[in-house]
Design a protein around this ligand. Structure first.
Ligand code: EPZ
Length: 429
């Protein structure tokens, strides 16, 4: 499947942002740590979430979907702590099942995580964290195996700021005996959301959102009803789409505070950014200025917005530099943009963008989730037709991406083959 689009239309209108995928993945794992029923709202209907739900069902979790954005989970009948199936290998967040199952059953065996190919993605910090909680943790035969006779709270210093390791250690520590301190913890909004959700289940977590998280272990967790925060990256993607198509888009149902790094870069580019209680309006300008950006853990500029920023710099006046400090392999989209006439020079973790007057449509392949979304933005800003192949990556994290873009005036469609693409071109003219 691919997207085909005809660029040139400024995106105009309002778009409702879905729940945060990366918060939801941690929250789904947390939900199985009680034998009582947990109801989760504002669940994004995206592939990574559905893969996670299938993996949960596979180990005996009762998964009911009263509606598209709500799931009811009951983990009282889990029959296996061995998670090794086709589902789990596809996603990164399968690693949260190690933390959750270890915390609840003192044992977990989970296939090594997959996920987007954006560079080496070690799990040493996760293992270090489990060990600090008195568990044995090792990787054998492609499985992460964690085991403990008695989990005890401990002191974990994260050598690098890691979203995954922070959430995973938090999951285990909530049911360990005694106190845990996580230092140099990730501060991303989704870390806070998972902590809030665990607290609503009876956990005792303090300090989430700062770099020291303190957890007092409790005997058991109970059921809850919880609504997931809006997706900061989906919102940011539409905000940048407004900028590059010189449009006027209001992203609704968001938390503007989470968007600060993104909003401030849009202002530097020369866009107008208007903030309201739970929405932000971005008005793109015919000419934008270049700027430099370095990706950093929250509250810095997110690595998950780096490719979208790259597209904006392709079309800005002057030269802009992006330094990617989180993942080493996140510039694969540069070769694709080059097919559209972009001028980008990548050296290691630095890319230099010389702004060009226009991009021209081309046949592209999505290298990963965020880069894929950025290529679609480029296609919508470019002259003529663009196709973006491998859209399964994009579908991992964006709900109804093409539909939402169409509602803003984009001329875009999902097609199965070259014949459908030809029909689109004939119709659109
Ligand atoms: C999460 O990945 C997100 N994924 C990623 O989103 C996001 O890009 C990333 O955080 C950074 O914000 C999910 O939440 C499922 P990390 P994660 O551990 O947790 C190093 C998207 O597009 N590190 O915060 O895997 C690591 O190599 C995806 O939605 C270790 O060295 O990222 C990296 O340099 C892509 N050892 C840095 O830490 C470890 O044990 C941050 O990674 C763990 C990480």
């Amino acid at each position: 499947m691919q997207y085909i689009m005809k660029g040139g239309n400024p995106l105009v209108g309002e778009v409702i942002i879905a729940g945060a995928k990366n918060a939801a993945l941690g929250i789904l794992a947390a939900a199985i740590m009680t034998d009582e029923t947990v109801v989760i709202d504002n669940l994004p209907d995206v592939r990574d979430i559905n893969v996670m739900l299938e993996a949960l069902a596979d180990i005996g979790v009762i998964v009911e979907r009263p509606d598209r954005h709500t799931v009811r989970l009951n983990g009282s009948n889990i029959h296996s702590v061995h998670v090794e199936n086709d589902f789990i290998r596809k996603i990164r967040a399968g690693y949260y099942l190690i933390g959750a199952l270890l915390g609840k059953y003192s044992h977990a065996e989970v296939a090594l995580p997959g996920g987007c190919d954006i560079g080496s993605r070690p799990i040493d910090l996760h293992l270090k964290g489990f060990r600090a909680l008195s568990a044995k943790a090792k990787v054998e035969h492609g499985l992460v195996i964690a085991d403990s006779t008695r989990l005890r709270g401990g002191h974990v210093y994260m050598d690098m700021v890691s979203v995954g390791a922070t959430i995973n250690v938090m999951l285990t520590a909530v049911l360990a005996d005694g106190n845990t301190i996580i230092e140099n913890a990730a501060k991303e909004p989704h870390v806070v959301d998972v902590a809030n959700m665990l607290n609503s289940m009876g956990a005792n977590i303090k300090g989430a959102g700062t770099d020291v998280i303190r957890i007092r272990g409790v005997d058991h967790l109970h059921g809850t009803e919880y609504s997931i925060i809006p997706d900061q990256i989906e919102a940011g993607t539409f905000m940048f789409a407004a900028a590059v198509t010189r449009g006027d888009v209001t992203v609704k149902n968001i938390i503007p505070k989470h968007m600060e790094a993104i909003s401030s870069k849009l202002l530097e580019l020369g866009c107008e950014v208007l903030e309201f209680d739970d929405s932000i309006r971005v008005v793109g300008k015919p000419k934008t200025m270049s700027c430099n950006v370095k990706t950093l853990p929250y509250p810095g500029f997110p690595t998950d917005m780096q490719p979208q920023m790259g597209v904006a710099l392709c079309l800005a006046d002057g030269t802009g530099i992006i330094t990617e400090s989180i993942f080493e392999n996140r510039f694969k989209y540069a070769d694709e943009l080059a097919k559209m006439g972009a001028d980008i020079k990548v050296e290691g973790n630095v890319a230099v963008f010389r702004g060009v007057d226009r991009l021209t449509g081309a046949d592209l392949e999505a290298p990963d989730l965020r880069a894929g979304a950025a290529l679609v933005m480029a296609g919508l800003a470019a002259e003529g037709y663009t196709t973006v192949d491998n859209i399964r990556y994009i579908q991992r994290g964006y709900e109804d991406f093409d539909e939402k873009l169409r509602s803003l005036g984009a001329v875009i469609e999902t097609v199965n083959d070259a014949k459908d693409a030809r029909k689109f071109r004939m119709r659109v003219g």
